[in-house]
Design a binder for this molecule. Structure first.
Ligand SMILES: [Zn+2]
Ligand SMILES: [Zn+2]
Length: 151
């Protein structure tokens, strides 16, 4: 049978979102031809829905997961710490151990006693701060004269 006519009646855009923890979300946005204002949006996780996404609406989660969306207020930004950054974004740029955006970002170092990789975190100590060394072999030790040097 010969074709009399062909037309596009529906268009769809598929976007893949890759999160730092390797979760992958597929966003399908479709609309009837000429009806771009009336979008059908569906979200699908590839595999299991990650724990941190459970109970949250995906649009709000996308907004808070994207640091380029400056949706945070200045006071929220000022209060961010390594701990809250990791809680919010599941990731902190200190993981590469090149930049340490927050005072409490853990710094890796070599333990002076056993040469294992230890982690230094800075914690408040009276009016000032102290370094807490955490060595997998030697346990915790404290340095109230920490000068900021890591690995
Ligand atoms: Zn950090
Ligand atoms: Zn040690």
């Amino acid at each position: 049978m010969n074709i009399e006519s062909r037309e596009v009646t529906y268009r769809q855009v598929i976007e893949q979102v890759f999160f730092k923890d390797e979760s992958e979300l597929i966003i399908k946005t479709g609309w009837a031809e000429g009806q771009e204002a009336d979008l059908d949006v569906t979200y699908e996780w590839v595999g299991e829905e990650p724990e941190w996404a459970k109970g949250k609406s995906i649009p709000s989660l996308l907004e808070e997961s994207d640091p380029s969306q400056e949706s945070m207020s200045y006071s929220e930004l000022a209060e961010l710490t390594h701990a809250t950054q990791v809680e919010r974004f599941n990731w902190c740029s200190c993981e590469e151990q090149e930049t340490f955006p927050y005072a409490d970002c853990p710094v890796k170092t070599i333990c002076e006693d056993c040469d294992a990789v230890a982690v230094i975190t800075i914690q408040p100590y009276g009016e000032g701060k102290m370094a807490v060394y955490n060595c997998p072999n030697c346990g915790e030790s404290y340095d109230t004269n920490y000068d900021g040097a890591g690995l």
